[in-house]
Design a protein around this ligand. Structure first.
Ligand code: ADP
Length: 480
């Protein structure tokens, strides 16, 4: 049995007893039949006491009912977590308690409401911040340049895979680690520290830095920027490493190209100018010398013309604007044409020309002018760099298994030193050891390489034995 029930029964019993006592006292008093020793005053006192007990009990019951009602409402609030107003259902015994309690609850409720709305706002902001962080990370991760972000304590905060790869660390294990320990590159560590300590005086700088990557030294333009926080304080550094190795190479190639071109153009021009001046000044009185001078001028003009043509062809091929007319051709037929013309040059030099040609029905898809130029350049070089009584052999063949037509130009000439071989196809590259053997521009092989490989998807290779001779081999896909 619950305490409330017990209390209810007890109260009922006392009320009944009070009623009984009051009734008895009243009845006795009215009938004048009072017990012996019980005076009228005592009977009245008992009556008043009974009525008081009755009233007290009635009041007590009211208070108890209100407390129970409030208690159950509070229990309900605790259970549901919802704060409401406390109602006493018409009972006013505890109004003095419920009013301030309700005021307090109203206050708490409005504060909770405010906290809830602030919490909702914070949740939204936190979601937006998380999405923005994710978005920023995705952007940084997709950048091909290496990006590294550090905080005000020089600890790694963020890095993209390119930075991990280049600087040799793992973001997973290096987050919040000092760059001293995370990065193996002492200069990068120093640069980041300097940028952070200089702070806003010099918030952005670009430094050139060399890093060995996959066994090759590469040059990077490192852009270091300070991250300035809300209180105008430097809260970190962002380092972006952009690989400029190729750009530097191209810039150097351009400078070299311009200086080489101007040098190469100047030489024949100076010669032409000198001979023309001598002729103009009347320094030549005999016809034979004049003829000789005209011959030199014609040769130098021709050299100049060839040089300019070669430069233009190379630049047209490199920029992809060259006009190519491809048609089915026989490499053997082209070799025959070249041999017919080159015989004069070979005879004049005392070099024997040999040939071993495949049947003409093997064809390649090629531009006839270019193919002629390719074979002619190789044969002409072979004759130029082969001493008297040497041999130049032109062989054509077909490798059916690989589906290629082959033209091989083999000579017994000066050969090419091993250290020069990797550069032989570079623009203006001339083998120092062979410079005296023939004049040239160092552009012929560059052009041949481009024509074979860039324009015709073929392959040009060279093998050479210094002092013994060289073999240049052209391979082009056979037309089926
Ligand atoms: P060049 O106009 O100087 O001949 P090339 O580009 O045709 O220019 O050749 C580049 C260099 O390669 C030449 O200067 C020469 O030293 C070398 N070379 C080319 N072909 C041969 C060869 N068959 N034998 C030896 N050296 C060669």
């Amino acid at each position: 049995m619950t305490t409330a029930r017990r209390f209810g029964i007890a109260s009922l019993a006392v009320i009944l007893l009070g009623f009984a006592a009051a009734y008895y006292a009243t009845a006795m008093a009215l009938q004048g039949r009072l017990a012996a020793g019980v005076s009228m005053r005592d009977a009245l006192l008992m009556l008043v006491a009974g009525v008081c007990v009755l009233m007290l009990l009635v009041f007590w019951r009211g208070v108890h009912g209100s407390v129970r009602c409030i208690g159950s409402q509070l229990e309900n609030m605790t259970r549901t977590g919802e704060i409401g107003l406390v109602m006493t259902q018409g009972r006013h015994e505890l109004a003095g308690v419920t009013r301030p309690l309700n005021e307090f609850f109203t206050n708490v409720r409005s504060q909770i409401e405010q906290l809830r709305s602030e919490n909702r706002e914070l949740q939204i902001q936190s979601r937006i911040a998380a999405a923005e962080k994710h978005h920023t990370e995705a952007i940084i991760f997709s950048i091909s340049d290496a990006v590294l972000v550090t905080n005000q304590f020089d600890e790694v905060v963020l890095a993209n895979p390119a930075a991990e790869d280049l600087l040799g660390f793992q973001l997973r294990t290096s987050v919040r680690r000092n760059i001293d320990k995370a990065l193996g590159d002492a200069r990068m560590v120093r640069l980041i520290r300097e940028t952070r300590s200089h702070g806003r005086e010099q918030s952005r700088k670009v430094v050139e830095h060399e890093i060995e990557y996959k066994g090759v030294r590469r040059t990077f333009a490192v852009t270091l920027s300070c991250v300035v926080g809300s209180g105008n304080q430097v809260s970190g550094v962002v380092a972006v490493l952009h690989d400029v190795t190729r750009e530097k190479e191209i810039a150097k190639m351009k400078t070299d190209f311009v200086s080489n071109v101007s040098h190469e153009l100047k030489t024949p021009l100076a010669s032409i100018k000198a001979y023309v001046e001598m002729l103009q000044d009347g320094e030549v009185d005999d016809e034979e010398t004049a003829g000789e001078f005209y011959g030199i001028i014609a040769k130098e003009s021709e050299r100049l013309h060839r040089l300019i043509e070669n430069i233009l062809s190379i630049s047209r091929i490199e920029s992809g604007v060259i006009k190519v007319v491809k048609e089915p051709l026989s490499l053997t037929a082209v070799a025959k044409q070249v041999l017919d013309v080159a015989t004069v040059q070979a005879d004049a030099k005392g070099v024997t020309l040999k040939r071993k040609l495949a049947p003409v029905y093997y064809q390649v898809d090629a531009d006839s002018d270019m193919l002629y130029q390719v074979v002619m350049n190789l044969v002409s070089n072979a004759i130029k760099y082969t001493a008297r009584s040497g041999t130049v052999a032109v062989n054509t063949d077909v490798d059916e298994a690989r589906g290629v037509a082959i033209c091989e130009v083999r000579d017994t000439g000066a050969g090419i030193p091993a250290e020069d071989l990797p550069h032989i196809f570079d623009k203006f590259y001339r083998v120092r050891a062979n410079n005296e053997l023939a004049k040239g521009t160092g552009l012929g092989l560059t052009l041949v390489k481009h024509m074979v490989e860039t324009v015709h998807d073929g392959r040009l290779t060279v093998t050479s034995d210094e002092g013994k001779g060289s073999t240049f081999t052209v391979e082009l896909p056979v037309l089926r």
